[in-house]
Design a protein around this ligand. Structure first.
Ligand SMILES: C[S@@+](CC[C@H](N)C(=O)[O-])C[C@H]1O[C@@H](n2cnc3c(N)ncnc32)[C@H](O)[C@@H]1O
Length: 194
């Protein structure tokens, strides 16, 4: 992708095996264990918005961005139905300009969804959407798959791609969905100030 139509087709057909009907367990634990100052969060590739609603429930101003219009529509309807303040917009995270500069970008299965040859564009997009000093929190999916999506990655590649523009603050193995146990790594980065 960006070939967004492929994703749109998945949502229209309700063929979304990545969607677990709940926020990433690693994100849930992160939010419940920290005292964070609420700010603005972007969730690229937000899908049906479970992670976005989890951030919003903690008082953050949240914008979920997805390239599939059907995902955005469903995410918005679910948020409104639950009284969540999370907002959703259809767009291409890799190409679009951000409507504001965010305090946080939260990654969960967007990096592994894009074509590997777009990964430097992805790093550039995280930089573009974040304020100087902003935080990039990622639940990375460490699988070896070359054919995707999902396309695999490894810790060494992630450190190589992000270290020049971001400082790695923390990393840990999170609690995961049952079928992703030991396949996820959380990396908590801060965009460099200069
Ligand atoms: C594997 S799904 C994950 C969805 C959600 N994060 C989740 O975990 O349920 C990848 C999502 O990224 C979206 N996506 C792919 N490329 C994108 C892009 N360039 N900009 C914004 N969203 C994108 C897809 O439409 C899809 O909803």
């Amino acid at each position: 992708m960006t070939g967004g139509n492929v994703w749109q087709d998945h949502y229209l057909a309700k063929n979304t095996p990545w969607d677990k009907g709940e926020a990433s367990p690693g994100l849930v634990d992160f939010l419940s264990s920290r005292k964070l100052l609420p700010g603005a969060v972007c969730v690229p590739g937000c899908g049906l918005g479970h992670d976005a609603r989890a951030w919003a429930a903690q008082g953050f101003r949240v914008l979920g961005v997805d390239i599939a219009p059907a995902a955005v529509e469903l995410a918005g309807a679910q948020a409104r139905g639950e009284g969540s303040t999370a907002e959703f917009v259809c767009g291409d995270f890799l190409l679009d300009d951000p409507p504001i500069l965010f305090d946080w970008v939260f990654e969960h299965t967007c990096f592994c969804a894009i074509q590997p040859d777009r990964r430097s564009d992805y790093v550039g997009a995280v930089l573009r959407w974040l304020k100087p000093g902003g935080c990039y929190l990622a639940v990375n999916y460490l699988i070896p798959d070359v054919e995707g999506p999902p396309f695999g990655t490894c810790r060494a590649e992630l450190l190589d791609r992000f270290s020049s523009e971001f400082v790695l603050r923390e990393e840990w193995l999170p609690r995961s969905y049952a079928n992703r146990t030991n396949l996820e790594l959380m990396l908590f980065w801060q965009k460099r100030l200069d």
